[in-house]
Design a protein. Structure first.
Length: 412
């Protein structure tokens, strides 16, 4: 048996980690650009929030076509091309003379690019692992947490030294480098290389089996698909609001924009820790219940944020909300694989994330416009918390994957 450290699947994990680190470092660096863009173009908070929200809408909406393409041609060209589009979008945004041009560059570039690269990279990991799927997936998506951890502080430092336009150009160069390296590491399913998931030996005289499971059309006709879809859609209304509004919120309560950037960094710390922490819990509780707990945890933390005005309270919020967000992202792809198998997993995961797109598009701008109208974020934050709790209830009612598959077996 091939030693675990030599198993090619771990290179795929490294490629997925780097892909997500690169794409989401750019995406979540937006918090550092919020103030400079607001000042440069004299924009309201709702309009400035749309820069990020359009990008988030696109990168979740495009998960479905990206997954379909990657299922056919493999993840490497889709991941590499996606990250290069992110780099191009940043170059365009750096030349902007009006806010709509930032929409054209950052929003479309990051939205299209991350949308093309995320689902194929995270799906590739699911194909290479079964027994160690939770651990491998947790490591891969930790790239999002690390990207969150470094993106905003790096951007804030660059803006302070060379201005927001040149900061975008530096990030573009780093993104292009990440695209090349991640693309070299990402691979197609192990059976294309005469290998089995987890590095298991190929049966004597046999060929590696292609992934089994449901097609996208079959998956969308099941109750677990819609349970995960609707729950994730509801949670997404409040999920991305902190990544956009923590910096202006910190200014509002007298703690300063620099402290707000620190909070974004702490979201990244919590997210990274949460991905590994909750990966150790899922074998005990099961992935469905563990996934459900991410909803109630995130909702509780949004309630905490709604009345937090001191540095210790906001630090606690950022760390714990980041942890539950990280757990949500880490568990979702593996839960999808548990329910639907690997046959069309890229398309299935992409379809599930399309619901998140609408929450991501509407949630942060709604909070921004609520502030513009009412002078407070509290109502929008509490509405996001309520939707998280509804999502929690939906996942509690969803069936366990193993029992659900047993019930389906006779009809398959």
């Amino acid at each position: 048996m091939t030693p675990a450290r030599a198993f090619a699947g771990w290179r795929v994990v490294a490629g997925a980690f780097l892909c997500m680190l690169t794409g989401y470092a750019v995406a979540y660096s937006f918090a550092a650009f919020f103030g400079p863009l607001e000042a440069e173009f004299g924009a309201q908070r709702g309009d400035t929030s749309l820069v990020f929200s359009i990008a988030a809408f696109l990168y979740f909406l495009l998960g479905l076509p990206a997954g379909l393409i990657a299922d056919r041609v493999g993840p490497r060209p889709v991941v590499t091309g996606g990250l290069l589009i992110v780099a191009l979008g940043l170059v365009i945004a750096a030349q902007a003379n009006a806010l709509w041009q930032v929409y054209l560059g950052y929003s479309l570039g990051v939205g299209l690019g991350v949308g093309l690269s995320y689902v194929p990279s995270v799906t590739a990991v699911q194909h290479w692992f079964v027994r160690r799927r939770g651990t491998a997936s947790g490591i891969a998506v930790a790239g999002i947490g690390v990207g969150t951890l470094i993106g905003a502080p790096l951007a804030n430092t660059l803006i302070g030294h060379i201005g927001w336009r040149h900061a975008y150009l530096v990030l573009a160069g780093l993104t292009a480098l990440g695209a090349i390296v991640a693309g070299l590491l990402i691979r197609r399913d192990p059976h294309f290389y005469g290998m089995e998931p987890d590095g298991e030996p190929v049966p004597p005289g046999g060929a590696p089996a292609a992934p089994s499971g449901l097609t996208l059309g079959e998956a969308v006709r099941t109750s677990p698909f819609w349970a995960v879809y609707v729950a994730a859609l509801l949670m997404s209304f409040g999920l991305f609001t902190p990544f956009v509004h923590l910096v202006p919120y910190s200014r509002d309560v007298g703690l300063g924009a620099g402290f707000g950037v620190l909070l974004i960094t702490l979201l990244g710390v919590g997210s990274t820790v949460g991905r590994f922490l909750f990966a150790t819990v899922t074998p005990w509780l099961g992935r469905r219940l563990s996934f459900a707990l991410m909803f109630v945890g995130a909702g509780a933390m949004l309630v905490v944020w709604s009345f937090s005005t001191t540095a210790p309270a906001l630090i606690l919020f950022a760390l714990l909300f980041g942890a539950f967000y990280g757990g949500f992202v880490a568990i979702a792809p593996s839960l999808a694989a548990d329910y639907f198998g690997g046959r069309s997993l890229g398309a299935v995961i992409g379809a599930l994330y399309s619901g998140v797109a609408f929450g991501a598009l509407l949630g942060s701008p709604a909070a921004g416009y609520a502030y513009d109208f009412f002078g407070s974020y509290a109502g929008a934050i509490l509405a996001g918390a309520l939707l998280c709790f509804v999502g929690f209830a939906i996942m509690l009612l969803a069936p366990e994957p193993a029992r659900w598959l047993e019930r389906r077996a006779p009809s398959r």
